[in-house]
Structures are given as structure tokens and as C-alpha cells.
Design a protein around this ligand. Structure first.
Ligand code: ADP
Ligand code: MG
Length: 292
């Protein structure tokens, strides 16, 4: 390809929904060797749907879903929307929670009609000293389908499980092949469970998976790669991802995500899918050939 100027690159990028902050972001994009991507909303549609509800002891699955959804009314997480929507489609009336607290990267907790209710991953249950070991194995089948399983606890005891599926964007697999062809290694970092993450990554040919990571761990991963001599781009959509976006050589925000992610980024993808990263890399390479 012929070398192009930064202005031309920025213009072509903008036409394709790839917003480049400045020349430096473009130059850095040409030099990265590794891309870290968030799973939810980046590789997947970010529109999970409720697929399974399991109830323990003498509870019904409608009761488990009612408690989970009532709590999630207070949350803005994509998982919360899936659970609330799932309850609505089953015509379950939701009580109002008396209190509500979100725990980043883990889940939510609160009180409903005098009972304490919590919902989230294994780490969330650990936080509440609730042992999940006896049912972890039975969730493997769900997780191996790429579903996210969340525990529901009532008054400090396991009450059930809700699971959601978030389909992979149709463009993701092809974009990852293109990124590989452009010489980039692709690492997935997600707060989700290891098996769920591996199921999604495996079907996409992702090079490495870091699961169960908290926001500060995503930043630590960037730093770890830097220490090993890599140049890193990080793509993400959430408030959670802002520290890692800022630490990376190039932060790539999904325009469909949180404003704070956009503010921390050198490149913003309006369409919000990985094809934009392929395009940004090609533009960056074509420009760098010109300014070197
Ligand atoms: P990601 O890295 O995929 O964006 P998060 O860091 O937001 O994920 O969350 C990690 C995990 O914590 C989720 O997979 C889920 O199990 C749990 N979790 C987080 N927020 C909620 C919530 N509002 N309701 C239920 N579970 C949650
Ligand atoms: Mg996220």
C-alpha cells in the first residue's frame, strides 16, 4: 500500500467509525505487538439473555429469579438487564429491594422483604463466606457452552443459579484472524469464570485467556506485558476497563460503552467491534511508512 498522511488516515478512519485522537495514538498503534480485549461487549454482543434458572432446597425457580431480578433492578450491568428482562418475560412481579450495593467484578447484594439476597460469581460468594464447591462441577456444562452462571444466595445460603448467554458478534472470528495475519497476539481479559472464558476464547482462536480478573488486574496485566518487553493495545467498553486503557500504549474504547472508557482512550471505535481495530492497525501501518 502507498504511504498516507496522518490527516488522510484520520479522515479515512473517521469515515469508517474509527476515531483517532492524535498522531501519537496512530504511531503507537503501528508499533503494538499484543492486543488485550475484554469479553463482554467487545467479543460478544454485550446483550446477554437469560437461559437457565436452577433452584435449591424447597424454592421454586420463579422465586429464585424473582429475588435475583429484584436486586438487579438497582444495577446497570448488562448481566442485570438480562436477568430483569428474563423475569419480565416470565411475568414475574418484582418486589422493591430495601437496600442495594454493587461489588465491582463480583456481583450485587441487598435486602428484600427482610431477607438478605446476594447474586454474583464465586468470588462474590466467597466474600460472603458461602461455599459453592459442592455445585461448581454441576455448572461446568453451562460454562462450557460459554454461558455465565451466577449464584443466588438467600440469608447466607445458596438458593439457586441463574445463567445467561451472550452471543459472539458475527464479525469477531474474522477480525481475530485478520489481527493474527497483521502480526498481533490477542489476549482475552474478563471478569467472568475461567471455563466460560475458555469456551468463548477456544471457538475464536484467542492466544491467551485471563479470567476472573478485577479491573485493577487488567491494568496489572498491561504492566506485566510491558515488563516482558511487549507493546500493548487494550480494547474495552466499561468503567472497569478505564485504568487498563490508560496504562496501555494505546487504549481502544468501544464507542458503545462507558464515557469514561472513551476519555481514557487514544482510539475510539464507534461501531464497537473488532473490525475497527483491524482498520486502525492498517491505517497506522500505512501512515508510519510515510512519517518514518
Ligand atoms: P467483564 O469483565 O466480562 O466485563 P465484570 O468484571 O463486569 O465482567 O464482572 C465479572 C463477573 O462478576 C461477572 O461475570 C458476574 O459473574 C459477576 N457480576 C458482576 N456484576 C454483576 C451483576 N450486576 N449481577 C450479577 N453478577 C455480576
Ligand atoms: Mg465489561
Amino acid at each position: 500500500a502507498t504511504p498516507i498522511s496522518i490527516t488522510t488516515a484520520a479522515g479515512r478512519g473517521a469515515q469508517a467509525g474509527v476515531l483517532i485522537k492524535d498522531a501519537e495514538a496512530l504511531e503507537r498503534m503501528a508499533r503494538v505487538d499484543t492486543i488485550i480485549v475484554d469479553k463482554t461487549g467487545t467479543l460478544t454482543l454485550g446483550k446477554p439473555e437469560l437461559t437457565n434458572v436452577l433452584a435449591f432446597s424447597d424454592l421454586t425457580s420463579d422465586t429464585v429469579l424473582k429475588l435475583a431480578a429484584a436486586l438487579e433492578l438497582g444495577s446497570e450491568h448488562p448481566l442485570a438487564e438480562a436477568i430483569v428482562e428474563g423475569a419480565r418475560s416470565r411475568e414475574i412481579t418484582l418486589p422493591k429491594a430495601d437496600s442495594f450495593e454493587a461489588v465491582t467484578g463480583k456481583g450485587v447484594q441487598g435486602a428484600i422483604a427482610g431477607q438478605t439476597v446476594a447474586l454474583g460469581n464465586t468470588a462474590m460468594m466467597q466474600l460472603l463466606s458461602i461455599d459453592t464447591s459442592r455445585i461448581e462441577d454441576s455448572l461446568d456444562a453451562l460454562r462450557m457452552e460459554g454461558k455465565t452462571a451466577m449464584f443466588v444466595a438467600l440469608d447466607g445460603a445458596l438458593a439457586g443459579v441463574v445463567a445467561v448467554a451472550d452471543p459472539i458478534k458475527p464479525t469477531t472470528a474474522g477480525a481475530i484472524r485478520d489481527l493474527h495475519d497483521l502480526g498481533l497476539k490477542v489476549i482475552m481479559a474478563t471478569g467472568d469464570n475461567q471455563r466460560t472464558a475458555e469456551a468463548v476464547a477456544g471457538s475464536l482462536g484467542i492466544d491467551d485467556v485471563r479470567a476472573g480478573v478485577l479491573p485493577e488486574d487488567k491494568k496489572a496485566l498491561v504492566e506485566e506485558l510491558h515488563a516482558r518487553g511487549h507493546r500493548v493495545a487494550m480494547a474495552g467498553d466499561g468503567v472497569n476497563d478505564a485504568p487498563a486503557l490508560a496504562a496501555a500504549d494505546v487504549g481502544i474504547a468501544m464507542g458503545t460503552g462507558a464515557d469514561v472508557a472513551v476519555e481514557s482512550a487514544g482510539i475510539t471505535l464507534l461501531g464497537g467491534d473488532l473490525v475497527g481495530i483491524v482498520r486502525a492497525r492498517k491505517l497506522a501501518k500505512a501512515t508510519l511508512r510515510n512519517i518514518k
